[in-house]
Design a protein around this ligand. Structure first.
Ligand code: AMP
Ligand code: ZN
Length: 114
């Protein structure tokens, strides 16, 4: 079965600028940043969306958000402020079907989002 783009990034078959990595999570720079800081945080386990994660695998959310929390402190986004976005499906503009949290910072963001 063909692997998705982010699974290839996890396996280092496609290069990325890694900001944080542990056994279960990878955080890397978005290739087309939409803000001065634009990172993508992904679980290493492939699921297309958060509602597709079975309850007995919900530890991936703990691992993902713990890694994000650690990373935003390391790079100072806890002081600057940041926005996190998770797109799913066509209406949200999802283009890569592997759970990813966008972490955006370095400018002001409008609310509600477009
Ligand atoms: P989404 O549109 O929410 O599915 O987000 C997918 C994100 O992946 C977009 O912001 C893209 O810019 C980003 N992206 C696509 N290919 C790569 C890549 N090779 N390395 C880093 N980010 C990528
Ligand atoms: Zn994947």
């Amino acid at each position: 079965m063909d692997q998705c783009l982010f699974c290839k990034i996890i396996k280092k078959e496609i290069p990325s600028e890694v900001v944080y990595e542990n056994d279960s999570v990878l955080i890397f720079k978005d290739i087309t940043p939409k803000a001065p800081t634009h990172l993508l945080a992904i679980p290493k386990k492939h699921y297309a969306g958060i509602h597709l994660v079975p309850p007995d695998d919900s530890i991936i959310f703990q691992q993902l958000f713990a890694a994000i929390g650690e990373t935003v402190k390391i790079i100072g986004l806890d002081l600057a402020g940041y926005r996190q976005v998770i797109n799913f499906g066509d209406c949200a503009g999802q283009t890569v079907h592997h759970i990813h949290v966008h972490i955006l910072s370095g400018r002001d963001f409008t609310w509600p989002p477009g």
